[in-house]
Structures are given as C-alpha cells and as structure tokens.
Design a protein around this ligand. Structure first.
Ligand SMILES: C[S@@+](CC[C@H](N)C(=O)[O-])C[C@H]1O[C@@H](n2cnc3c(N)ncnc32)[C@H](O)[C@@H]1O
Length: 379
C-alpha cells in the first residue's frame, strides 16, 4: 500500500472504532501524517522502544506513520548523546488525537490555541478544518518548533507557530473559543482561563502527582473567571516541561536510618493493587494532590515510599508477593499511607467510578477535583 492507501485505511479503522467523527474525518483523510515525522522515529512495541529510520527501513517507517500508535520524535529535551531516558516529544496516537478533537467540539469560525505543537500534525488537522488563520500553536522547544514550522509549510498549512511556554497561553490572539493542550499538566494555568472567551472550552490531559491521567473538558464561566467540567477519558501524555516534579531527596524526609521515628502498623491493602491500576491511581491522586510515591525493589517485592510535597511526612509499605498483610511505617504529622488507603477504599465503595464521573473546577485560586457533581469535592 502507498501512503494515501495507508492513510485511508487508518481513517477507516478510526471510524470503525468509533473514535473518528464525521466532522474530523475529511481532515484526517487529507493531512499526510508521515509529512510531520522526522527521519528517525521510535515506537513503543511490546518489547521496548524501537527505532526506525526512514532511509534504512522505508516501508516499515511508512507503515508506522499510519499505524494507530504514538510515535516518539524526541528524547530528553533533545539532549546530545542520545541517552534516551525520557521521551519528550511525539506524534500522539491517532485515536487519542481524534478523540480529543471531538472533545474540543471546535467548529469553523472558532479561534483555537493548541499547546504542545510537537510535530505539527494536530495543528495541521485544526488548520485544515478551521482555516490556518484561526489556529495558533505554542511549543516550548526551539528545535521542535522549527521542525514543525518546516513540516507545516511543506504540507501547505500556515497556522501561527509560536516558540514559548504554553502554560502562559498566547495572549496576542486571545480570546480563543477553544484551547487544546496535547501536553499533560498537573494544574490548569490561570492564563488559559483569561484567554478563553466565556462559554469557551479548554481540553487538556491532566496528570496528578500521584499517578494516572485523564483528559478534562472544561467550560469557562460566563464571567470568565473560572472553568469547570468532567474528565472524558484516560490519557498518558508527556508532562508540561515546567510542571515536571522530581521531589525532594529522601534524606530531607528521613535524615537518619530507616525506620527513624516511624510508627509501625499493618495493612491488608497491597500498594501494588493501586500501582497496577491506572484508574485507581488517578482516583487516589485526585483526592491527595500533594502526595507522591517512589517504588524500590527488594528481593521479590517492592517498598513503596510515600511523601508529601511540603516535606513534612513519609510512609513506607512493603509489598511482598504472596503475603496477605504488609508492614507499614509512617512518620510526620500526616499518616500518608492511612490517607492513601482511605482514598482507595472511598473509590471502591463509590463503585470504582470511571474517569467520566470525576470533574475539575478551576479558579484563579487553584483547582478542586470532584466526584459526580462540583458540590461533592474530593477534599
Ligand atoms: C505529545 S507532544 C505534542 C504532539 C503534537 N500535538 C503533535 O501533533 O505532534 C507534547 C509537546 O509538548 C511540548 N511541551 C512541553 N512543555 C511545553 C510547554 N510548557 N509549552 C509548550 N509546549 C510544551 C513538548 O516539547 C512536546 O513537543
């Protein structure tokens, strides 16, 4: 199959799956995804991230370009030496691209800001449907921006491409009818509220600190000061550069030897049950927005370390396969494992709600997650 035939097959598969709606199908059919990919790409396959070079494997490269897969296009913010530790730019999975465009509910006549230009493919889809003059896109990485500009021009699309921090939005063309982010955030930035017209829509992946992730669809209030809406679907996007979080070193929490001054207790909840479940992690993360974990292997098991961002408290839980109870150590004014266990049990007793039962309300003062209705906040 040539590129056109492969693109038509991808369109058909996305329609068949129920992901691609009639309003966006002509754009996905028209925009050549392969024209936005660099010579060397990486695709996450069952046994790892595999490099594919267009010059040595042209047929595989083209097949991957039209596969329903995310394609990594940059590692480690483009650092020299190719350590390839963290993927930092990509062409998102086509299913995710078109489902988020459907969440966006953009129509001809709408002015749209995209955050996270990446390859430029999504900006091209927006430009194809809405007209290039209605689309601005912001990318933080200078090299990625330059590549996207060239690719967009080469494919015949001319949206405004800005190099900058998308968390600040792009005030020059505000107000927007729609803002779509294709990079994940811990917190929705206040600038986006200011730059979206009242009644306008913001669609963004959200990655709370503890884990999990989902796309939120917010509608801006009539007075333009806040926004609220539900999560629509699971997501696993790369994080906004400025919101990456390393956390303080363990020594800042526990200056001496473990177990320090911690108290001992036991739990029947294996932390791995939370770690193995993206939705459970997300539900707990929304309830505990300032708690994060690290996981260290020991023997056949794992020690889970929990920390708060204020650096006041820590906890450990040892998960050993086959055990029915697990040792807990907690130190500091907060009992972090008890808080996490309670959040997990609340999620279970609410019937393990899915993403779409959760929502977010954002104001200039911060954001609050809720279950079912905004008047039922998680904390
Ligand atoms: C998943 S990729 C975007 C995919 C893209 N929309 C496409 O169609 O190919 C995420 C992009 O967000 C960019 N990014 C990270 N932090 C950013 C920030 N603060 N502002 C703008 N872009 C950012 C990354 O450099 C990366 O290129």
């Amino acid at each position: 199959m040539n590129a056109d035939e492969q693109r038509a097959a991808l369109v058909a598969a996305l329609i068949e799956k129920g992901s691609l709606t009639a309003d966006w199908a002509p754009s996905v059919a028209a925009v050549p995804r392969h024209a936005f990919l660099p010579e060397t790409i990486w695709v996450d396959e069952a046994d790892g991230d595999h490099e594919c070079n267009r010059s040595t494997e042209p047929e595989r490269w083209m097949r991957l370009a039209y596969s329903d897969l995310p394609i990594i296009t940059q590692w480690d913010d483009g650092a020299e030496g190719h350590a390839r530790i963290t993927p930092t730019s990509s062409a998102s999975m086509p299913t995710v691209v078109v489902e988020m465009l459907s969440d966006l509910d953009a129509e001809p006549g709408h002015r749209v800001l995209e955050v996270g230009t990446g390859t430029g493919y999504n900006a091209a889809l927006l430009a194809h449907r809405l007209g290039a003059e209605m689309v601005s896109t912001v990318e933080v990485d200078a090299q990625v921006t330059a590549r996207a500009r060239t690719a967009l021009r080469g494919a015949g699309y001319a949206p405004e491409v800005v190099c900058g921090d998308g968390a600040l939005g792009w005030g020059v063309r505000a107000p927007y009818d729609r803002i779509i982010s294709t990079v994940s955030l811990r917190h929705i930035p206040p600038a986006w509220l200011n730059q979206t017209r009242p009644g306008g829509v913001i669609v963004s992946p959200v990655s709370p600190l503890f884990g999990g992730g989902a796309v939120v669809r917010l509608t801006v209030d009539e007075d333009g000061t806040g926004a609220s809406g539900r999560f629509t679907r699971s997501s696993a996007f790369m994080l906004l550069r400025q919101q990456r979080y390393e956390g303080a070193p363990v020594d800042d929490y526990l200056p001496g030897e473990w177990p320090g001054d911690s108290g001992q207790s036991w739990t029947k909840l294996d932390p791995e049950a939370i770690g193995d479940d993206w939705l459970a992690q997300f539900a707990c993360a929304l309830a505990l927005p300032d708690v994060f974990y690290r996981r260290n292997g020991f023997g056949e098991g794992w020690t889970w370390w929990l920390f708060d961002t204020a650096v006041t408290s820590w906890a450990t839980v040892d998960s050993t396969p086959g055990e029915s109870r697990f040792e807990v150590r907690q130190s500091g004014p907060r009992r972090l494992w008890d808080e996490l266990e309670a959040a997990y049990h609340r999620w279970e007793s609410a019937g393990r709600p899915g993403y779409e039962r959760y929502g977010l309300t954002v104001t200039p003062a911060g954001q609050t997650a809720w279950l079912d209705e905004p008047d039922n906040p998680l904390r």
